[in-house]
Ligand binder design. Structure first.
Ligand code: ATP
Ligand code: MG
Length: 406
């Protein structure tokens, strides 16, 4: 049988150990590197920061800017396939790499995820193409000129003004109640291209992660139910019936439609809102997508038969994608730098010894040396035989760490 797959543990035509590369050296890159290395691949990371979490654990670390021609040339020379760990890698850099090496996801897919205007237009296209299972984004208007600002329909207010590019963890967003606040917010954001979204009455948030191969095979993780605090993901809960089954099925179908529409290769996460529409379970609204593994999928490392990072490796290497199975109820707690500070502001270490004494706790720290408020330092996965068991342990862990209960 001939195979175009990059078989683990083999050598490339150039006579070097097969090497998988990643643009970006943050925690997602680090966990990708761990998954790739576990399967016997060499890894290369391109990230300018000498202390980047992924750079520290990779065989090769190319320390240049993402658009540095020499850095990109080195990455191509080293790697047999390349992926990305964050969506703000310049799309032209991925295009350059893609001309010489398999790049998954493709630059065109990453470019859509980089721009909320393009992303929402895509969501509308996909919803219209699947009228029976349509999931639309929140009502919105693109604001790129003073004329468009003035023409915003009144029913989009109150709303949230979001920069079209470079937003994350709730940054680049301003909540506005009326036209005056909207105009002031656009000034505050520097009059860059923005999207105004109608403020919706959320009853829940969830996300779906799929992996799609170059052959079109597409597998999915179960729906993740997410709790945000201050615009940052705080808790993810995954177990049977964590959402109404009709909503879960619709969210999974919508995510697969998006991946197929983009002819996407790799791991894709789509975030959804559940909005109060007067019905028993609420209605699904699609929020945004990430062209990579996602914070809400970290539980897969300990609760599924295959993790989101292994699927990222498999998809880019052309290996089979298998449908993941959730073997345990799971809760993920995000660990932010706040936990390294006592109430009086003095530095401390979180009580990991006490937390790890709880059954089913799995600690993942990203090797970041300086803790700062709001900085993602790690996560704690909690697995149990039942949702009640996972919840009881998670609440104990929260109490030990000083996290609010949920
Ligand atoms: P991420 O870290 O997920 O990339 P982000 O900065 O890109 O975040 P969004 O996901 O757009 O931002 O919004 C952050 C949070 O703000 C959402 O998870 C949700 O809680 C709230 N939010 C965003 N848009 C709306 C809306 N239209 N109506 C109500 N709440 C919203
Ligand atoms: Mg979001």
């Amino acid at each position: 049988m001939t195979s175009t797959a990059l078989l683990p543990g083999s050598t490339s035509a150039r006579g070097q150990q097969l090497t998988l590369g990643v643009m970006g050296g943050g925690q997602l890159g680090r966990m990708f590197v761990h998954a790739a290395q576990a399967m016997g691949y060499f890894t290369a990371v391109l990230d300018p920061d000498p202390a980047s979490p992924a750079g520290r654990v990779s065989h090769y670390h190319i320390q240049t800017a993402y658009d540095d021609e020499q850095g990109l040339a080195q990455l191509m020379q080293r790697c047999d396939a390349i992926t990305t760990e964050f969506e703000n890698v310049p799309a032209p850099a991925l295009l350059t790499l893609g001309a010489h090496r398999p790049v998954a996801p493709a630059a065109s897919c990453v470019a859509v995820a980089q721009d909320r205007v393009k992303e929402k237009a895509l969501f509308v296209d996909v919803a219209q193409a699947h009228p029976d299972q349509a999931v639309f984004p929140a009502p919105y208007a693109a604001i790129t000129t003073p004329e468009l600002l003035a023409a915003v329909p009144a029913d989009l207010l109150p709303g949230i003004l979001k920069t079209a590019r470079l937003g994350y963890d709730g940054k680049g967003q301003v909540r506005v109640r009326n036209r005056d606040e909207l105009a002031a917010a656009w000034d505050t954001l520097g009059r860059v291209p923005c999207v105004l979204e109608k403020m919706l009455p959320l009853v829940a948030e969830c996300s779906v992660i799929v992996a799609r191969g170059a052959d079109g095979a597409c597998v999915n993780f179960p729906v993740q139910r997410n709790l945000h605090r201050d615009g940052i993901l705080a808790v993810t809960e995954v177990y049977e019936q964590n959402m109404a089954p009709a909503l879960s099925e619709k969210a999974i179908a919508a995510t697969k439609f998006i991946a197929t529409h983009l002819n996407y290769v790799g791991v894709l996460c789509v975030e959804f809102f559940v909005v109060d529409d007067g019905s028993a379970h609420g209605a699904l609204v699609v929020n945004e997508m990430a062209p990579r593994p996602h914070n809400s999928g970290h539980y897969t490392q300990n609760a599924c038969t295959v993790s989101q990072f292994e699927l990222q490796v498999r998809a880019m290497a052309g290996l089979p994608l298998v449908q993941p199975r959730l073997h345990s109820a799971a809760i993920m707690l995000n660990i932010l730098g706040n936990l390294w500070f006592a109430a009086d502001g003095s530095q401390r270490s979180p009580a990991w010894d006490a937390v790890l004494a709880l059954p089913g706790t799995h600690l993942h720290l990203y090797g970041k040396l300086d803790a700062r408020h709001g900085r993602k330092m790690g996560h704690l996965n909690i697995t149990a035989a039942t949702p009640e068991g996972a919840r009881a342990t998670a609440l104990q862990a929260c109490a030990l760490l000083g996290l609010p209960p949920f």
